[in-house]
Design a protein. Structure first.
Lengths: 343, 481
């Protein structure tokens, strides 16, 4: 057997440069994301952006230059890993079509449900009488993202069932939200879940993945801009409207306080929109979770006082719920349910 | 700095280029490597870079003082001082939030500079370089190193960055005597180096992160939401995740080290093929086990006398403290020690013959037992290891018991394990039984391709790993107290 061939350092430097060039062009998305994620105190970031952004913009239409990103998207879907903006976001969404005109045509991917709902104002449905014959099995739908799935959904389902004469339908999907309809379309899913059925109650907890830019009709709208708020409000309104017409009552659960101040601010902004839009529907009820899951002042707390006890309420990621937190929210929801649906 | 980051790629190219440009100036090359180590660790946390400098400088100082002193009491005092300083650094790093250091530095557990949060993952390096330094001082005290070691060589021994994250803990004499040879190397087995780097990145970025994102993190964050079957899969998945994390980082470091001219000892060699818990401990982080044997078990042997259980239990208990966090660590160590004692008393291990987990005897599957017995022994080992590691990963002792509660509640609703996840977990254990050899054959063949062709193949694999990698901040919170 031949011995492995050894190389001089100069040859290896050349090999490394080839690998770097390969990455530079075939993994342009990762490169662009890396530059955008850099700290910007030194000014290096701005310089790198100036140099690389035009290269990257060209890469958006050169075949195979976003190979890594495309493989990654297919893989995440196949492996059921979900989408997380922080790791999986497409940096081409941050390019301005005004600077790079070809993007207008290339990035167009209409956001169908959204387009119809931007300026929509849901018709206020007439409040229905909540009365039912004894023995009626109440139909309840629980939906949401990982905020429901992790630590809350199971507890909620269990406690509803314990009330008796209740049938619970549960659907939770991690890493989803109302923003990325191209990744997972909650509007379509709700329509599917409600087909030929009217629920007595729909409970929704969603929004953790919505603090990101929105693409509408090929145009990217940056998170936090006025345009973004308007579009997102439209989406929330449209979704609330769908829940309103498919249920006797719906509860929109607000986001709790988050550990990261940056993320917390985002979630508080979204929660305000949920509250305001839910209030437009007579059968809608917004249930805030910030106060019940914090020890005063609305700040994130891992342990909270509940019923005279210190309860471990939040998962260690600073976002999701520990079962204790799930129990606290569940109690609030069940209390509201008992008020609304008197037997 | 993470091995899989672009920053590290830039550092590696810079160090490689600068290092080999100064090939005729060994002293300059040494300093380039020392500075690279400090930058590597300091990029994530300046505090840890400071720890690394304090550890390496104090090790040089105390080492030289011990060597020059002839008075046995003075030597012992110097050794105690040197070891204590390193142990203090280790303890401070592990207890940053408990000791109030983080409050003093105004960082919170969620801060990237935190010593104990997921962002402070490089703390893992502290557990390696402090032990390396401690071992060096003991070697000098025992007169295993008798010649004065140059200042820069001691610094390089402690700060050498390819081994900072996941080891190995190198043999001090061998490393120091090999520095000259390593720096004089003119040709490099680049194919093997790149193979180790790619293998390591694949294990860490693709496999370990897949398991973390897909099942381990969601499950351990909130076990109550999962079925019993998911619980079993998640617990097995964590065992594999830990192995792929550490062995992946080690492989990458080993490849990087080869590029720089240094061959590191092998580590994390197929531990799941061991037919006993003892065998697993021996081969999991074998250089750490070797360190324990040399610096803890040997001195204990004379003191323990007939009480052999001490030789089994004490190092296992220390291992638990070293890897684990909080009360979990105490329990982890205690369980590991108990399992070893039970194995010794009750089970005549089918695959291993020596009693001490610290023995260097190679095991396992070549011995005289039937295939069925071997299979049962392997299943037993994986099960015991995985159950024990629940105490490493669970956030607290009650939560660890919560995991077992879910597991044995036989709840079958809403199973979230899919075919891919199950396949990866089963394959992860099964692949360990494939004999060595086939990969080196391919590496040799690759080495004879034109360097440009090799570079294109490597570039393509790196792009593939990067795209299949699920971005995930390493969740090593279980390390800190």
């Amino acid at each position: 057997m031949k011995k492995a061939r050894e190389y001089r350092p100069g040859t290896i430097v050349n090999m490394m440069m080839v690998v770097a060039v390969f990455l530079f062009f075939f993994n342009s998305n990762a490169m662009m994301k890396w530059i955008r994620d850099m700290g910007d105190q030194t000014g290096i970031k701005a310089t790198l952006l100036q140099i690389y952004e035009p290269v990257y913009a060209v890469c958006t239409f050169v075949p195979y230059t976003r190979l890594g990103h495309e493989i990654g998207e297919g893989y995440r879907e196949f492996a059921g890993l979900g989408y997380r903006e922080i790791f999986d976001g497409d940096p081409s969404r941050g390019l301005s079509p005004d600077d790079y005109p070809w993007l207008k045509a290339m990035l167009a991917k209409p956001d169908t449900v959204l387009a119809a709902s931007v300026d929509s104002q849901a018709t206020l449905p007439k409040e229905e009488e909540i009365s039912f014959a004894p023995g009626t099995v109440l139909q309840i739908l629980l939906i949401g993202d990982s905020m429901l799935n992790v630590g809350l959904g199971d507890v909620l389902k269990k406690r509803f069932k314990e009330l008796g004469d209740v049938e619970v339908t549960y659907f939770g999907k991690n890493s989803t939200g109302l923003v990325r309809q191209d990744y997972f379309d909650w509007f379509k899913k709700l329509e599917e879940l409600c087909k030929g059925k009217k629920y007595h109650l729909i409970v929704l907890m969603i929004g953790a993945n919505d603090g990101q830019g929105i693409r509408i009709n090929g145009k990217d709208i940056s998170y936090g801009s006025d345009a973004w708020r308007e579009v997102y409000r439209g989406k929330v309104n449209a979704f609330a409207s769908m829940m309103s017409s498919n249920s006797v009552r719906f509860y929109w659960l607000g986001m709790p306080a988050m550990l990261s101040p940056f993320f917390d601010k985002k979630m508080k902004n979204l929660t305000k929109v949920f509250e305001e839009e839910t209030a437009r529907f007579k059968n809608g009820k917004f249930i805030p979770t910030i106060d019940i899951l914090s020890n005063g002042a609305g700040k994130y707390a891992e342990y909270v006082n509940f019923g005279g006890k210190k309860v471990y309420a939040r998962g260690r990621d600073g976002i999701h719920f520990a079962p204790g937190g799930g129990e606290i929210i569940t109690k609030t929801v069940i209390d509201q349910f008992k008020k609304d649906f008197k037997r | 700095m993470l091995f899989q980051s672009i920053e590290f790629g830039i550092l590696l190219i810079a160090v490689f280029f600068a290092g080999w440009s100064a090939v005729k100036l060994p002293l300059v090359r040494k300093y380039i490597l020392i500075i690279a180590g400090i930058v590597f660790l300091g990029y994530g946390s300046k505090i840890l870079a400071l720890f690394l400098m304090v550890s390496s400088l104090s090790t040089w100082y105390f080492g030289r003082a011990i060597l020059q002193s002839t008075d046995q009491i003075v030597r012992r005092n110097l050794l105690t001082a040197g070891i204590s300083l390193n142990l203090v650094l280790l303890l401070v790093a592990k207890t940053g939030n408990v000791s109030g250091l983080e409050r003093l530095l105004a960082v919170s557990p969620g801060d990237p500079l935190s010593l104990t949060s997921a962002g402070g993952y490089m703390t893992y390096g502290v557990i390696f370089f402090t032990l390396q330094a401690t071992g060096y001082l003991i070697d000098i005290y025992r007169r295993e190193i008798v010649d004065e070691v140059p200042f820069e060589d001691v610094l390089l021994l402690v700060t050498y960055f390819p081994k900072l994250v996941a080891g190995p803990l190198v043999d001090n004499s061998r490393f120091l005597s090999g520095i000259g040879t390593a720096l004089a190397v003119e040709r490099i087995d680049a194919s093997r180096a790149f193979y180790f780097i790619l293998r390591g990145l694949f294990k860490k970025v693709v496999l370990a992160n897949y398991l973390a994102v897909r099942i381990v993190d969601p499950f351990f964050n909130s076990p109550a939401g999962f079925s019993s079957f998911d619980a079993v899969v998640a617990v097995l998945a964590f065992t594999l995740q830990l192995y792929w994390n550490l062995s992946g980082l080690f492989d990458t470091g080993r490849g990087v080290s080869l590029l720089l001219g240094f061959e590191l000892d092998s580590n994390y060699e197929r531990p799941f093929t061991a037919g006993s818990f003892k065998g697993f401990i021996k081969s999991f982080n074998s250089t750490y086990t070797g360190w324990l044997k040399k610096y803890v078990a040997s001195p204990l042997r004379s003191w323990a006398g007939e009480r052999e259980w001490i030789l089994l239990a004490f190092p296992a208990f220390l291992g638990g403290l070293w890897y684990g966090s909080g009360f979990n660590a105490l329990l982890l160590g205690a369980i590991a020690a108990a399992v070893l004692l039970i194995e010794k008393k009750l089970i005549s291990s089918p695959l291993s013959t020596e009693d001490s987990p610290l023995s260097t005897e190679d095991s396992p599957l070549s011995t005289r037992y039937s295939p069925l017995k071997k299979v049962l022994a392997v299943i037993y080992t994986i099960s015991v290891v995985s159950f024990t590691l629940v105490f490493l990963r669970a956030w607290s002792v009650p939560e660890a018991f919560g995991v077992f509660e879910v597991m044995f509640s036989f709840r079958s609703s809403a199973i979230q394990t899919d075919a891919l996840l199950l396949t990866v977990v089963l394959w992860g254990f099964a692949v360990q039984f494939i004999p060595h050899g086939w990969s080196s054959l391919w590496v040799e063949r690759l080495s004879w391709l034109h360097p440009l062709t090799q570079a294109v193949v490597i570039g393509f694999i790196v792009v593939l790993i990067s795209s299949l990698g699920t971005g995930n901040f390493p969740n090593l919170l279980h390390f800190a107290f």
